[in-house]
Every structure is written in C-alpha cells, then in structure tokens.
Ligand binder design. Sequence first.
Ligand code: C2O
Ligand code: CU
Length: 470
Amino acid sequence: MPDRRAFLRTAAALAAAPLVAPASVRAGPVRPFALEAKPTRVDLVGDPYPPTGVWSYNATVPGPELRVKQGERLRVTVANSLEQTTSVHWHGVRVPNAMDGVPGVTQPPIAANGGTFVYEFDVPDAGTYWYHPHSRSYEQVARGLAGILVVEDREPFAADRDVTWVLQDWRLARDAQLRADFGNMMDRTHAGRIGNTVTVNGVVAESFDVRAGERLRLRLANLATARVFGLAFRGHRPVVIAYDGQPVEPHEPEQSLVVLGPGERVDVVLDMTAAPGERFDVIDRFYRQNTYRLLSLEYGQTPPLRTRFPGAPRLAPNPTPEVDLARAARHEVLFRGGMGPGMMGPGMMGRGMGGMGMMGGMTWSINGVAVDEGHAHEPLFVLERGRTYVLALANDTNWHHPMHLHGHFFRVLSRNGRPTRRREWRDTVLLAPNERAEIAFVADNPGDWMFHCHVLEHQASGMMATLRVV
Ligand code: C2O
Ligand code: CU
C-alpha cells in the first residue's frame, strides 16, 4: 500500500528543496511489488498427472497479476533465485530505457542465486501488459516465467467483471514434466517451440463460469513462446476494444476470430447473451489441422442480469504521441531465413559470431544481418528523437513472425499494400508468411530499443535488431 502521508511529506520537501531534475519529480504515488524468480512445482494438468516442475515468479504460474492505476509509479524489487542470470522486461510499457530489462544493454544481468534489481517507472498508458525475462527467454519463458501487468483506466470501464485469461503453451512429456529441449535447431528453424498443452491462468481449464446477461471485459494475453491463438467463442460475438493495451474503435474481428500472436494482448467485451444453464465451447482454430477446445463457457442457473446490451463503449485514448506522416522518414526492413525459400539469403552474416552465420545457429536475418543471442548490437537504424518513422516490413519467409518493438507503440498503417481499416496502435505486429506491413511511430523515447520476433527461438537465432533513438 502506498503511504500517502509519506508521499505528501516527500512532495512538500521537494517543493522546498533546491532545483531537482524534473524527471525525478513525480506526480503519482509509488506502488511497491516484489517478484522472486524461482523453481517450483505447480498443478498444470491436474489429475492423474503429477505437478509440473516450472520456473515461476513468487511460486505461481503465471506470475502474480500486478495491478496499478494509470499514472502511478511502479517499484518492483526482483530477486533471482534461479541458477541462471535473468532480467525483467515490461512488455508494452513505455518505460525509460534503463528500466527496460535488456541485459547487457539497459542493465547488468541480475546475478544467479541471489541477485536483485529494482525496477521503478511511471506507467503512462492504461491497458493490458505483461512481464517476462529477457535472458534466455526461449528457456525462461518456456519454463513459466511470465505474468500480467494491468494498468487500470482512470475512468472505470462499464463492465460487470474485469477478467484476464493468460494463455500459455507447454511442451510436456508423459509424466507432465517439461521437455528440456529448449532452443533446439528444429524449433529455431521452423515455427518455434510450439507445445502440446495449453493452459488458461495456469491450468488446463475445463470451463469458465459465467452468468447470463453479464458483460465481461476479457483481457486475453498470449504469453506462449511460439504458439499463435485464433479464438472462436461459439454462440458469442466478442468485440475488440484494445490491442496490446491500446484502445481501438470497438469492432467485431474478422470472422469473429480473435487472433493473438506470441506477446500480443487483445481486450474484448464479451456479452453473455445465452440463457441460464447453457454451455458454449471456446475453440482455438488458428492451426487448421489442430483445432481444439480451449474451455467452455458454463452458464449458471441465476436469472439473467440483463437481456439488452448497450454497444461496447470506447476506452479513453492513451497519451501516445501522434505520428506525422507528412514529415516521416522511411526505412525498409527485410526478414529472411528459416527452412524453405529464403533460407540462405545473399549477404547474410552472423555478426558477433565470428562470421559463423548459419553454423552458429543464426538462421534468421534482418536486412541481411543475423545478430547473435546477446543484446548489444550495432543499431540497425539510428533515429532522431521526436521524428516520425515509417518502417516498411517485408516478411520474406514461410513463417509467422510477431515483431515487437520496445519502448514505443506504432500504428499499423497497411498490410500487403492495403491501408488498415483502424490504423491500430500496437507494440507487436503479427506478420503472416510473406506478408508486408507498414508501421509508423514517433521515436520519442531515447535509448537503444530491441526490435525482435517474439517467437523466442527466432529471437535467439538472429531475428532481433537495435533501434537507437538519439
Ligand atoms: Cu516481450 Cu523483447 O519482449
Ligand atoms: Cu519469428
């Protein structure tokens, strides 16, 4: 609990004190949290399977849902009880560079067996965000290290319940233990580590209880290392109100299918329009040959809360700086690699791997460069602070790539040359095989920012670059 009186005392002291750097004068209260990364056992699958050995934050999978209000300041003390170094990245939050959790770039790695690090930053934007390690992510996230950060709107949103579904994907052996083949060559060169067990909020879920006539604000978050979800709510019509935390004009997605690439979040309004006692399946049908039931919406016997539903309200916009396309600079970004055409692109080289390229496991490239697993690279582009940039992304591969930019939101302007209907703000854009997309953002946050594929095996095999904002 923030101590309001202590805060007021501090504020008064600051007002009387000689001039301090404006950046250190804060308006919002500080919300303290503690996270400990450590191994534990959790009941992912349930009877008759034994608990699964995972890596967790605070012994839960997913990690605790951190909740703060827009404009507040977050202080998270992270303790590392793993036998590997780690770090915490605040996916989607526009943090100052030093709080971005990229080891070797924005901070030293948090030492194994007892290291600590304190993250402290303001949360400028409301929405659904998440946190995860940026060290050996393809292993640490796959072992369970990930959690949600909800930044609540200043004005409460008109829904009966605010619910989060954390989607995670696990590759388990018959004894319900994780297969330890993290970062293998097959996953690196193909679709990444796609598992065989999907959990919702840390369990293989049978059903989700609802009441007839209620309106949910459902925060869907894909924390899987590689799996894309395409959720169909049988008998229901979800209305999207935010992508990656950023409000969007409320709309029904195409074919009523809610698609989430790795790292992405989609907030929907879901109205429980069916009758008491009914039951409807929620299906994941992203991979056509592999459709399965995620869980069922189970209506209780309570009489309907309402029978008429108003239209889904719009969320208040976040203070994201608007792009100035008339004065924008443009860069082309070409992705190549993986199995299939484009694998051995001309001019591909492994920087930092002594020129080993493919042999060093660097199977993907961005503009001909495949960086190694570390994060310190020569920048792909140096961007002028305050200027708008358009990145024309070209996926010259046969694979899906959710491309994520740190420290900024971008508008998705076009896909395959066609303007997008809503020019949605996002922090991650899912590129289909051979798809092109134009994104635009204001480079207003100084520092070195990662731009990488959120299929974590791809990220570790060359599909990452640094954008430097100066
Ligand atoms: Cu969600 Cu660079 O990461
Ligand atoms: Cu990728």
